[in-house]
Design a protein around this ligand. Structure first.
Ligand code: ADP
Ligand code: MG
Length: 303
């Protein structure tokens, strides 16, 4: 189990993280969300042992993670970290990059393992390609495969699918997260993409103002987002009489006590998002067709 205990951190004078504590059980996935600059990457680096901690401790089972003052080489065998800026060997092939940390004394095992990982990240066809000529998304997949090569007990992922195009993203997510689950690898994933969280994470934490403001299952947080910041991570929302409503919780009806005026309609595939003015604020309503600007509508609310 990973235990983060009362960790605070500052690069310079002012703190970036203040008194962060949480646990992550074996084989579970925990998502960290928060606005850009909220300290997600810093938290992953601290857990990896990249910096020395003045306040707080990080433990994996009964081993304490220590920073560079105590470790000549940053990192531990049981933990792998895929940074936002992945660091690959550009002039060697995809296969060589993935197999870099695997023993060359067992060539058959090495080849089998490398093949398996290339399958997980859907790069079998690129085994012999030099990394230098790959796209950003392909490089990101090589970095993921390399991190998994030596079967870490815990994997730290920083925006792992950010460079990967939408054609590949969903199938790659399913492939990676089911591999982690099957192999009981714990995973901490920093992300700004709700699709990395819903459907894959067991728990999520929300970072804001240097602290963890919410920790719960994605389902509970989605259903009761508590803060506009959290709701905005998932979907368009409106604040009506002090409560947060997602666009699908507003329904257009013949008549009601809530009257609004249409500003614009946006096509979003499954249906339309209607932006309207209600009591001089913008609200968002999901609807099956578009509506004329400046027309009036009535809506009702669902919890
Ligand atoms: P996130 O990953 O959530 O976008 P970061 O952890 O990268 O956030 O950054 C948190 C804060 O720490 C930001 O204000 C950022 O400017 C600052 N920061 C990040 N890295 C460094 C660094 N190496 N030196 C000084 N400040 C940094
Ligand atoms: Mg970051």
């Amino acid at each position: 189990m990973l235990q983060v205990k009362n960790v605070s951190f500052a690069y310079t004078k002012s703190k970036v993280l203040n008194n962060i504590s949480f646990d992550l059980a074996k084989g579970k996935t925990l998502a960290i969300i928060g606005e850009s600059g909220s300290g997600k990457s810093t938290l992953l680096k601290l857990i990896y042992g990249e910096f020395d901690l003045k306040e707080g401790e990080v433990w994996w089972d009964n081993k304490q993670v220590l920073g560079p003052a105590f470790n000549l080489i940053v990192g531990y065998d049981f933990m792998k970290y895929v940074a936002q800026e992945f660091d690959l060997m550009p002039y060697t092939t995809v296969e060589e990059n993935v197999g870099k940390h695997l023993s060359r004394f067992y060539p058959e095992q090495k080849e089998k393992r490398t093949k398996e990982l290339l399958r997980v990240v859907e790069l079998e066809a690129f085994a012999d390609t030099k990394v230098k000529i790959l796209s950003g998304g392909q490089k990101q997949r090589v970095a993921l495969a390399r991190a998994l090569a030596k079967e870490p007990e815990i994997l730290l992922l920083d925006e792992p699918f950010s460079h990967i195009d939408n054609f590949k993203k969903q199938s790659l997510r399913r492939s990676i997260f089911s591999y982690l689950r099957k192999n009981r690898i714990s995973c901490l994933v920093a992300t700004h993409d709700k699709n990395d969280v819903l459907g894959f994470a067991d728990d999520m934490i929300v970072l804001d103002e240097k602290k963890i403001v919410i920790k719960d299952t994605p389902q509970n947080i989605y259903c009761n987002p508590k803060l506009p910041l959290v709701a905005s991570f998932f979907e368009e929302f409106s604040i009506i009489d002090g409560a947060i409503y997602y666009a699908h919780q507003l329904q257009i009806v013949e008549n009601s006590k809530h009257k609004a005026v249409v500003k614009r309609s946006y096509f979003n595939g499954k249906n339309w998002l209607i932006e309207a003015t209600y009591q001089s604020n913008s609200i968002f309503i999901e609807h099956h067709c578009n509506l004329k600007p400046n027309s009036s509508l009535f809506f009702k609310l669902f919890q």
